[in-house]
Design a protein around this ligand. Structure first.
Ligand SMILES: [Zn+2]
Length: 576
């Protein structure tokens, strides 16, 4: 392909709209262009890379035995009512009406459609197991689309769904997908890590996320320094330190704390460590007030609370509710005397000699013995686990890193097969529910994650497997017929052996071409110029290296093929 025919207009400066480096580089190197917030067009260069990611995904899905299908993006809302998710998806789901005033949705995901399909297509154990997948456009009305393809309103996803006769069989399907994901991300040149994850709105019992570790990631990943434990911060657990033994606590005592509301203010005012304060937060879980208690130096993990309560919606209670429930202004809530359900973090089991709000304006309570003075409904794991906490699996210390979620595998169990009565007849002719799993890869996001993880100050560094082209062939003297002939011959030789070439035939200064070659970041740069040819040949340089080699023009194609040949080795699948 000739640059002058390829619709590539690189940008010299960082576009204002881009916040993270991969987004800047995708715009600057003419891979994508913004249509409006969260909507992007793929230019030819970007589409070539995207198609390569898709090809890897398809090859590995097929290798794992999954069958490709294609479901409509436009879905009748009745299916979402049947699964009970129409309300749960809320405004994230794009909804519209057809001309018959029938409510439709632009699919943010396809559990409903696929479960409906399989309910009709499969009726015998002889047809199971079955895993189907598609590579398709998804829609989500993000509140704040950002970071380019990372959080877009429209994006391409590979979604797969497995159907099995039993939990054990479903585990095998899950493992097959997990292994395929390890291979996919490896082949894309990504360093991805599987971490334990929250199941969120998709529901289900168990899940892993595949995370690309990167500073710009939106997810916090908690990992152990000593063992392989790694989890999304949304669900990360910790081991509690042994409880301190304390003597009997004297009776509860009111302390006047005028205008003292925040934990820091309270701790300073009472001259006590934050660990001796009990933080009381009031939430509305599906509209009903509940109290969550955590140690004064910790924060409530709302994902955990929501999941544990099995709530569809969870939000902090408003001022009026707080006043109504506690009889006091915001900042003075406490567990003593509360009649709503009280959930306390497990670290508060046996807490004595603590301070809490008094449910009375400008007042706190001292000498609180939680078990003695309050009606705790249940002790749960409720805090956000962070750096310095103890690993739940070993005595190691946890640390926190940032990651970009590129894939997600879920064990769904029978959540959807119950809703859709997805049954098969077993060997004895009895009807049983199928056990499901679902598996997503953000294809467009994966492409951007490659760039987020692989770039330098000059531009992208494409792994060969997903690079738009393999070689940037810089023709330095396009007006010199002899030099042009050498470059064109080399391009033809390379293409004949399957090496993809972008021939920079622009009438630009060499400096511009070198800069653009680095920015676009193809794996190899080959320079053909009058000066070089006079000195002995063409220059070949890997994007990852500062060194170049000079090779006679007639040997260049063979040398480049040699350099490209060692395709990335795919390691054997790892277990969970
Ligand atoms: Zn550990």
């Amino acid at each position: 392909m000739r640059w002058t025919r390829a619709l590539i207009s690189t940008l010299r400066d960082d576009p204002q709209e881009a916040e993270i480096v991969s987004h800047k580089l995708m715009l600057r190197s003419a891979l994508i262009r913004k249509l409006s917030g969260g909507l992007y067009t793929f230019l030819p260069l970007g589409l070539r890379a995207l198609r390569k990611v898709e090809r890897i995904v398809r090859e590995e899905m097929n290798r794992a035995g999954a069958l490709e299908i294609l479901m409509p993006a436009l879905q009748p809302s009745e299916l979402w009512e049947q699964s009970g998710r129409l309300a749960a998806m809320g405004p994230t789901m794009f909804k519209l009406k057809d001309r018959a005033e029938r409510l439709m949705a632009l699919g943010p995901t396809h559990e409903e459609v696929v479960t409906d399909l399989i309910t009709r297509e499969i009726n015998s154990y002889r047809q199971l197991p079955c895993t189907v997948y598609q590579v398709q456009t998804k829609f989500r009305d993000e509140i704040r689309p950002r970071f380019g393809l990372m959080r877009a309103k429209e994006f391409i996803m590979k979604d797969a769904y497995s159907f099995d006769t039993s939990l054990d069989a479903a585990d095998r399907s899950y493992q097959a997908m997990y292994d395929a994901y390890v291979r996919i991300f490896q082949r894309c040149g990504l360093r991805a890590k599987a971490v334990e994850a929250d199941t969120g709105d998709i529901g289900g019992k168990w899940s892993h996320e595949f995370m690309v570790m990167a500073e710009a990631g939106e997810d916090g990943i908690v990992e152990c320094a000593d063992c392989s434990y790694a989890a999304n911060q949304e669900r990360a657990e910790r081991q509690l330190p042994p409880a301190a033994v304390t003597g009997a606590t004297p009776a509860v005592q009111e302390v006047s704390t005028p205008g003292v509301r925040t934990m820091e203010q309270v701790a300073a005012f009472l001259k006590c460590p934050p660990t001796k304060l009990i933080k009381t937060l009031l939430y509305l879980a599906d509209g009903k007030p509940v109290a969550a208690l955590v140690p004064g130096d910790r924060d409530v993990n709302e994902h955990k609370l929501k999941r544990t309560l099995g709530a569809k919606r969870l939000e902090l209670a408003d001022e009026a509710t707080i006043r109504q429930v506690t009889g006091a202004a915001v900042g003075f809530a406490g567990p003593v005397g509360l009649t709503i359900p009280i959930y306390a973090d497990q670290a508060l089991r046996g807490a004595t000699a603590c301070f809490t709000g008094a449910n009375k304006d400008d007042t706190h309570l001292g000498n609180v013995d939680l078990a003695r003075d309050a009606q705790v409904t249940e002790y749960l794991d409720l805090v956000i686990v962070g750096a310095g906490d103890t690993c739940p699996r070993c005595p190691g210390t946890l640390r926190v890193a940032r990651g970009i979620e590129v894939g997600h595998v879920f064990k769904l169990g029978t959540k959807y097969s119950e809703a859709f009565q997805t049954k098969y007849l077993n060997e004895k002719g009895q009807a049983e529910l199928m056990v499901m799993g679902c598996y997503g890869i953000g294809v467009t996001r994966t492409l951007q994650a490659v760039i987020e993880q692989s770039h330098d100050a000059d531009g992208i560094i494409w792994p060969a497997a997903v690079a738009p082209y393999h070689v940037a062939l810089l023709l330095l003297d396009p007006k010199d017929a002899a030099v042009t002939a050498v470059a064109e011959k080399l391009a033809a030789e390379l293409e004949a052996i399957g090496v993809e070439v972008l021939l920079d035939d622009r009438e630009e200064r060499p400096g511009v071409k070198f800069k653009d070659a680095d920015l676009i970041g193809l794996p190899f740069r080959v320079v053909v110029g009058a000066k070089g040819l006079a000195k002995g040949g063409v220059e070949i340089k890997a994007r990852t290296s500062k060194e170049f080699q000079v090779v006679p023009a007639e040997q260049a194609a063979a040398r480049i093929a040699e350099l490209l040949a060692p395709a990335p080795q795919v390691a054997p699948p790892t277990g969970l």
